[in-house]
Design a protein around this ligand. Structure first.
Ligand code: CTP
Ligand code: CA
Length: 223
């Protein structure tokens, strides 16, 4: 309702959210993907829109549909996502919730690879651009607030704290994606927010509630 009236603490603010997995083509019919459902990114984009923000939602092929009230930019690969992010700038805040594939197949085949060829095919990989780091380290036109996510299975806080420093973002939302947590693909999340002030562990709650709390924090940070 607030967004429909153009009110709310984020009215007049432009916020970019990346979400979902990326698909990296092997050939025209096959790809490399990951288990991200896009649920946390979609919930966050929805919560930001509810606080009145103009949300540009750059999403890979997610299983969860995009929320109402956001501008959806649908992409496939990491390199497509990087381009769409560049086109969405400038923004007041950028949140990188996407599970971007770290590698793509270098020189993906333009024709379907056939089984009949000699021996097994081998896939040569190339590293994808780090979209978050690219935006966090912009010299001019950097969003005022740059937020990354960190999906970890071990030593979560240590890895996420190092990641925040390495990438140059303001905050990292760390989550434990060990399979036994059921977080990846599930409806709940247990996150630790890492800022310049340190690490803050939030209790386990629904992804919708995590999204609401994060959106409120973002609104407070933008003032
Ligand atoms: N990210 C990105 N572009 C990439 C890889 C990651 O924008 N090519 C962003 C993600 O959206 C997330 C953050 O960087 O906000 C951290 O992603 P993560 O996969 O946890 O970190 P990596 O740097 O890829 O390290 P690793 O997978 O080795 O832990
Ligand atoms: Ca990664």
């Amino acid at each position: 309702i607030e967004s429909m009236l153009g009110q709310g603490p984020l009215s007049g603010r432009r916020v970019l959210v990346t979400s979902g997995p990326t698909h990296e083509p092997i050939d025209p019919v096959r790809y490399i993907a990951n288990r991200s459902s896009g649920a946390q990114g979609a919930a966050l984009a929805g919560a930001l829109a509810e606080l009145g923000a103009e949300v540009i939602f750059v999403t890979g092929p997610a299983t969860v549909p995009p929320p109402a009230g956001v501008r959806v930019v649908a992409v496939e690969s990491a390199r497509d996502m990087e381009q769409a992010v560049g086109a969405a700038l400038p923004v007041d805040a950028a949140v990188f919730a996407a599970a971007v594939a770290d590698w793509r197949v270098s020189g993906a085949a333009t024709r379907k690879i056939k089984k009949s060829r000699e021996g097994l095919p081998t896939l040569e990989l190339a590293e994808n651009p780090d979209i978050l780091a690219g935006v966090a380290q912009m010299q001019t036109g950097r969003p005022r607030l740059v937020v990354g996510f960190a999906a970890e299975t071990d030593d979560m806080v240590a890895h996420a704290t190092a990641k925040r420093a390495r990438k140059g973002c303001d905050w990292i939302v760390a989550n434990d994606v060990s399979t036994e947590t059921g977080i990846m693909g599930g409806t709940e999340n247990a996150v630790t927010l890492i800022t310049g002030e340190g690490a803050e562990s939030w209790p386990r709650m629904t992804k919708t509630e995590v999204a609401r709390r994060l959106a409120e924090r973002i609104a407070r940070a933008l003032g």
